[in-house]
Write a protein that binds this ligand. Structure first.
Ligand code: GSH
Length: 242
């Protein structure tokens, strides 16, 4: 049994997809990050960086104590090693899968997160350059993956954790572009993943687990998500969250 700590976020969906693809027994637990639930000592004991996803595997392969982990890319590798699935055995394909997995962990995903920050949360005055920079970087990353996918069905041989890792942020492409038409191989790859039943089940299970009743002010949200100094600046510049 694996507990997955969730919010409705791309990093979480990557892990939920792998859990469903592997048919593992798992439960989703909501951590209401806008409300500050990521800062409790109980959650920090599982996820010291105070972010979801995090997992607790109650049946680790060594038969020992429950094993807690954070960071979606590391969790994907852990689950691939646990199940022997979705990470190629072949030396070169495995190298390729890991390369693209780290590419999304260190590039596509955080840059997409920054783009969202400047689309949705940042003070109005700071938005134009932030959006130029980060939406530009998101689209540049799409171009790199689109080029790699030419003549390939999946990122590294068969469907793998490299595909699951990259999918989460590409799936909300409509925040960053009108369509994926400029990136035809990325578009084809995205549609193929979106059509998979385990992917649909993973998204559904995470969304059902979310409790959206939490009430918090704009200022609390900013403080919980971005820290007090940023919240103070945002308050002073007084931009609405759009
Ligand atoms: N590098 C991390 C990123 C995780 C992440 O950014 N999670 C967000 C999802 S909403 C979060 O927990 N934010 C809460 C916060 O920043 O306080 C991963 O891939 O697991």
């Amino acid at each position: 049994m694996i507990d997955l700590y969730v919010e409705g976020s791309p990093a979480v969906f990557k892990v939920a997809m792998m859990l469903e693809e592997c048919g593992l027994d798992w439960a989703a637990h909501h951590v209401a990050v806008g409300e500050g639930a990521q800062h409790t000592p109980e959650f920090r004991a599982i996820s010291p960086n105070g972010k979801v996803p995090a997992v607790v595997d109650h049946d680790p392969q060594d038969g020992g104590e429950p094993l807690a982990m954070f960071e979606s890319g590391a969790i994907l590798v852990y689950l691939a090693e646990k199940t022997g699935r979705f990470l190629p055995d072949d030396l070169r394909m495995r190298a390729q899968a890991l390369q693209w997995l780290f590419w999304q962990s260190s590039g596509l995903s955080p840059l997409s997160g920054q783009a969202i920050h400047f689309i949705r949360y940042a003070p109005e005055e700071t938005r134009p350059y932030g959006q130029l920079r980060y939406i530009g970087e998101v689209q540049r990353h799409w171009g790199v993956l689109d080029g790699h996918l030419k003549g390939r069905e999946w990122i590294a041989g068969d469907y793998s954790i490299a595909d699951m890792g990259a999918y989460g942020w590409v799936n909300i492409y409509d925040r960053f572009a009108k369509s994926l038409d400029e990136w035809p191989d990325l578009k084809r790859w995205h549609a193929a993943i979106a059509a998979r039943d385990p992917v649909k089940r993973a998204y559904e299970k995470v969304m059902v687990a979310r409790d959206e009743t939490a009430a918090f002010s704009e200022r609390e949200f900013q403080r919980n998500m971005f820290g007090e100094p940023a919240a103070k600046t945002m308050g002073a510049l007084a931009s609405p969250r759009g």
